[in-house]
Every structure is written in C-alpha cells, then in structure tokens.
Ligand binder design. Sequence first.
Ligand code: PLP
Length: 286
Amino acid sequence: MTRTVYVNGAYLPEDQATVSIFDRGFLMADAVYEVTSVLGGKLIDFAGHCARLARSLGELDMASPCSEGELLAIHRELVARNDVTDGMIYLQVTRGNPGDRDFAFPDASVKPTLVMFTQSKPGLADSPMAKTGMKVISIDDIRWGRRDIKTVQLLYPSMGKMMAKKAGADDAWLVEDGFVTEGTSNNAYIVKGGRIITRNLGHEILHGITRAAVLRFAREAQMEVEERAFTVDEAKAADEAFISSASAFVMPVVEIDGTAVGTGAPGPVAARLREIYLDEMRKAAI
Ligand code: PLP
C-alpha cells in the first residue's frame, strides 16, 4: 500500500509530495515538529502535543498553519487513509518558502509549510526492549541553548545515536556541566530509594509530553518525584533508570557506560509506570 501523506492542504501518495528547495525548513532547519503515537487507531495525548506545538511556534515567532481542530481532523484522516492501528504521526511546520535564501525571516505573506505523515508500527506498545531494557552511553551535550523548543535541528542527536550504536549501546544520555540533561530523543530518569529523579524543566531539555504524564501518574500513585539534575555517577549508582518519549512510552535503562544499573535488569518502578502510562493513555486516547 502506498502511504498517503499530507502537504499544505493536500493528501498525496508519498512519491508525489514535494516541498520547495527554498523552504526554510530545508535551508535553515527553521521548523518545529511533533510526534504523536497511535494505539488501537487512536491518538495518544493529542492535546499535549498541540499545546507544545503552539508553544514552539510562539517561541520562534512562527505562524500557526491551522487550528487545533483542523490538525486533529488531518491526524485522523491520515490514520484512516493509511489504516494505522499502532504507530506514529509525524508533523512538521516550517517558516515556509520565501522563494529565495535569506537569513532574515520572510514577511507574513509567506505561509508556513505543514507536512504530516504516518509511520505504521504494529505492536508499538509490546516492544521486546521493555522486557530486556536498553543500554546507554554518556556523551557531551553540545546542542544549542533552547532545547525546550522542538526544532528539527536533529543532527547532533543523530550523531549521538550513531556514537551509541558504534559503542554497542541503544542510545546516548547527554551531559552538560557534569549533569545529565536528557537522552537524544527522550527524557532521562533514575530511581533511588523509591524516589523518581528527573531533570527539572528549563531551556536545557525538551519538555516531554510523556514526561508530564508520567510524573502526574507517579504522583497520583503516591510515588515520590524529585525534579532536579543528576550526574552520570549518581545514575550508575541508582536502583533503576529509565527514559520516556511519545513513541517509547516508558523504557527501562539497564546499563550506563557499561555499568549495570541496579540488578542489571528492568526495575519495578519503570515497569509499573509503563503499565500505568499505557493503561491511562489508551483510556484517554481520541
Ligand atoms: N527529549 C528530546 C530531546 C526529544 O527529542 C524527545 C522526543 O522526541 C523527548 C525528550 C521526549 O518528548 P515526548 O515525550 O514529548 O516525546
């Protein structure tokens, strides 16, 4: 089946969808994005992703391509047309095509570009990694200073994934001034003495939509949560570690730089949070 994608108002077969070479997303990485998971044909935390998209656009003084209602309709149409049961929907908004290359932002007559496509991942919530856990390495965080804006500047995170792969690991945790900021495409957590510790919000990390939900569920379940920076050494000495993201949900981390975390197997807190997160989000899916 040929995938149907969305570009600026049109639903097209993926091999017929095009964006200009002058588009600022292409030339300048002047673009923001969101990834929303689909489980059982329904959208997970759509409202959260919409709210963050609006914030990213606002922080960059970029126009919104359409209303939240229209975005929801496009998401649903793509799920239906591509027959997605489990998977993700990728959305990208760029500052559009001014017709030439120039560092200055174009005037308001240039409309933003909106591109969306589906990625079908049957059994997304049954990843074998949830049972085995993942291995991470630590690397320097040399990204720009506004990681709270979800831009498409993903070169360093991609390089980080390649460094991890080369080292025989699954992902990298980024470290700045001695403290872990986050994973290349996820938020990072440790558990010590029953307390869940994760980096506090700021410009240093992406404000994960999954992170917000996981911390809410943890607090509702009377678990103790501490939002503060932690070091790699603290993580290595933790009882458990895990990550969260819209597509991985909650995933245990069992090794950091070759050192086993806790027992070296996925821990009970991560397993419980994954279960609660998936249960609650499936119930609330739209
Ligand atoms: N941190 C970074 C750098 C990310 O790229 C992502 C997701 O892509 C996350 C955290 C997790 O955010 P969310 O839970 O909204 O997917």
